[in-house]
Design a protein around this ligand. Structure first.
Ligand SMILES: C[S@@+](CC[C@H](N)C(=O)[O-])C[C@H]1O[C@@H](n2cnc3c(N)ncnc32)[C@H](O)[C@@H]1O
Length: 367
């Protein structure tokens, strides 16, 4: 039995032995065998040993997935082909081979700098699995650039090259500091939202700093995890104890949104990639923004309804306090993660505040 809502210490293969299928989603980010410094695990093994070990833990994880489960694996370029091959041997269905392209990679002297990780998205069943498309849909170029009526009103599913998630580096506020390779939580949140539902069980065999569990807990899923280092287990469980679900933090405090809700809004704004001036100038786009934000909320376990005016107000608060994510002009420009916001002041839509003609078009929305 793997206990829920905690991370347990031990070797994942041992701990998963003779456990019945219980997980709806597994996210595994194993050591890449490139000599990283962990506290107890030795990250430099002979090729054959690492290959056998990869096959063993992938087999163990497949066994504890429910028949409709999804299995995501993060791996470096050195062993990506092997993981894909083992996935085929195990009879898993490959849905996507995602490239996570990040900024802030380490500099190199005699080869190109490492700036991506491979993310394999496998499912147990070829057609029966959870894929909450509306939890991730964003704006298409047809909507964003061309105002084309033929655009799908539900928006567009993002591409399989992800550029919106910078690595968690030394100086970043979200960094736990005691783990060498913490994943960004927004990246895990995308996977958890799209491949599971509130109440489902998310499992991570290599929990590290507990990022998968943190995203799962925040989004109202059950979580479970194993980790070989007793120190990491202690720290990760302490990190998890501090986390409240988004549903719990959604309750407003004197009209103010919680920092977690503002993070969700800021993250959606970054992925939708429509700057506020264009959003405000086009009521149709703003309506779509609001609809899609609500889909994200629901797939994050929050049932509330927020008016367009309220969402506008929160966006304006973020913008005026210089906390709104910078929208990139091109894909190559580094993305910026949502920065925690402190809701300091209230403001009014221009139409209401001045009583003058509203150049933003928002008065149409709010009338
Ligand atoms: C790449 S890190 C995971 C980082 C994690 N995704 C995060 O965001 O913090 C890999 C982790 O696997 C752990 N580990 C190595 N071998 C293990 C095993 N056999 N069973 C469980 N955990 C193991 C290491 O201690 C390390 O913390």
């Amino acid at each position: 039995m793997i206990p829920l809502d905690q991370i347990v210490q031990g070797d994942c293969i041992d701990l998963l032995r003779s456990v019945e299928p219980f997980a709806d989603l597994v996210f595994a980010d194993p050591p890449f065998n490139i000599g990283y410094k962990y506290d107890v695990y030795e990250d430099r093994k002979a090729y054959d040993e690492y290959y056998r070990w990869t096959r063993d833990w992938m087999t163990a994880c497949k066994r504890i997935l429910k028949p409709t489960g999804s299995f995501w694996i993060a791996i470096g370029a050195e062993y990506a082909a092997e993981v894909r091959f083992i996935g085929r041997e195990l009879g898993l269905t490959l849905r996507n081979w995602v490239i996570w392209h990040y900024t802030f990679g380490q500099n190199t002297k005699r080869k190109f700098a490492r700036s991506h990780t491979h993310l394999f998205y496998f499912t147990m069943h070829p057609t029966e699995f959870t894929f909450n498309d509306k939890a991730v849909r964003t704006f298409s170029d047809r909507e964003r650039e061309y105002n084309d009526k033929r655009a799908n009103p539900d928006g567009r599913i993002p591409d399989d090259v992800w550029t919106e998630f910078p690595r968690v580096c030394g100086t970043f506020g979200q960094r736990e500091g005691w783990h060498p390779c913490q994943m960004p939580e927004p990246l895990l949140a995308r996977i958890v939202r799209v491949c599971s539902n509130p109440g489902d069980v998310v499992f991570d065999p290599f929990s590290g700093s507990g990022t998968t569990a943190a995203a799962a807990k925040r989004l109202d899923r059950r979580y479970a995890g194993t980790e070989i280092s007793a120190e990491y287990v202690k720290n990760a469980n302490a990190r998890l104890a501090e986390i409240q679900t988004l549903r719990e933090t959604a309750a407003k405090n004197n009209g103010r949104w919680s920092e977690e809700m503002l993070d969700l809004l800021n993250g959606a704004y970054a992925e939708f990639a429509l700057p506020t001036d264009r959003l405000y100038a086009n009521p149709h786009l703003f309506t779509r923004f609001v609809e899609r934000f609500h889909h994200r909320l629901r797939h994050s376990g929050v049932e509330g309804e927020y008016s367009s005016e309220e969402i506008w107000r929160q966006l304006e608060m973020l913008r005026k306090s210089v906390r709104l994510v910078k929208i990139r002009a091109h894909a190559d420009e580094p993305a910026s993660l949502p920065i925690r916001a402190t809701p300091e002041y209230e403001t009014e839509p221009p139409s209401k505040k001045t009583g003058r003609k509203d150049k933003t078009g928002l008065s149409t929305l709010f009338s």
